[in-house]
Write a protein that binds this ligand. Structure first.
Ligand code: NI
Length: 219
């Protein structure tokens, strides 16, 4: 009896550690976009999921209420440059303007001072790595939701490839993105995954986020 209990408690322990090894982050780029982001926020709230939004500075400046709502509803906000530029082809002065202008806008709206950067197109260069005052977050699962792919196909594809610590790239401006995001949440929850913001994910994994470094996943 004692032995059998041990076996059961071992199984239980495995289950618990396995559960904590199924954490991923949903990230949405290129917003906020009036007429699109609201529906996404509503869906995330209904499903009780917190995501990370990498915002275009000029759009955030134009739609501060949407950005405030993201913060109030527990989402993390980060920078995606001021005008969605290729930082990899810029010099330091040009990069600084794009990033610092975005930083100022997000600071004014949220009251926060530290923001992660997602470089548009995943493009960086050595110049950027040398001075950028924050970590850079890329992705490990690209849904390519902006191409007009079928939502169901995106969901299947993500479920097939998902691994613990993955960072999923989506866009809150794509037509079929909302359907795909809802499907991904439902299916991955069913598979035992928990959704965290980028900060929460890296904290849980005890991976320190360092300025100027690039991260594709939390593994
Ligand atoms: Ni983008």
């Amino acid at each position: 009896m004692g032995k059998q209990q041990d076996v059961f408690s071992d199984i239980l322990k495995d289950d618990i550690s396995e559960a904590s090894e199924r954490v991923v982050a949903l990230t949405f780029d290129d917003g906020p976009k009036i007429g699109k982001t609201e529906a996404l926020l509503k869906m995330l709230k209904e499903k009780n999921v917190q995501a990370t939004f990498f915002l275009i500075g000029a759009q955030a400046e134009a739609e501060p209420e949407l950005v405030k709502r993201m913060c109030i509803e527990g989402h993390q906000i980060g920078m995606h440059t001021y005008t969605h530029v290729d930082l990899g082809s810029m010099n330091e002065a040009e990069q600084r303007k794009e990033i610092e202008d975005t930083q100022k806008v997000l600071e004014n709206i949220s009251g926060k001072t530290q923001f992660l950067l997602r470089p548009p197109f995943g493009r960086i260069n050595d110049t950027l790595e040398a001075w950028v005052p924050c970590p850079m977050i890329l992705w490990s699962i690209d849904t390519r939701d902006w191409t007009g792919r079928d939502g169901g196909e995106i969901v299947l594809d993500v479920c097939e490839h998902i691994k613990d610590g993955d960072i999923i790239l989506m866009h809150d401006i794509s037509e079929n993105g909302l359907e795909a995001a809802a499907g991904i949440i439902d299916e991955l929850k069913w598979m035992g995954y928990t959704f965290l913001t980028i900060d929460q994910l890296f904290e849980l994994k005890k991976i320190p986020l360092e300025d100027g470094k690039v991260y594709h996943n939390a593994r």
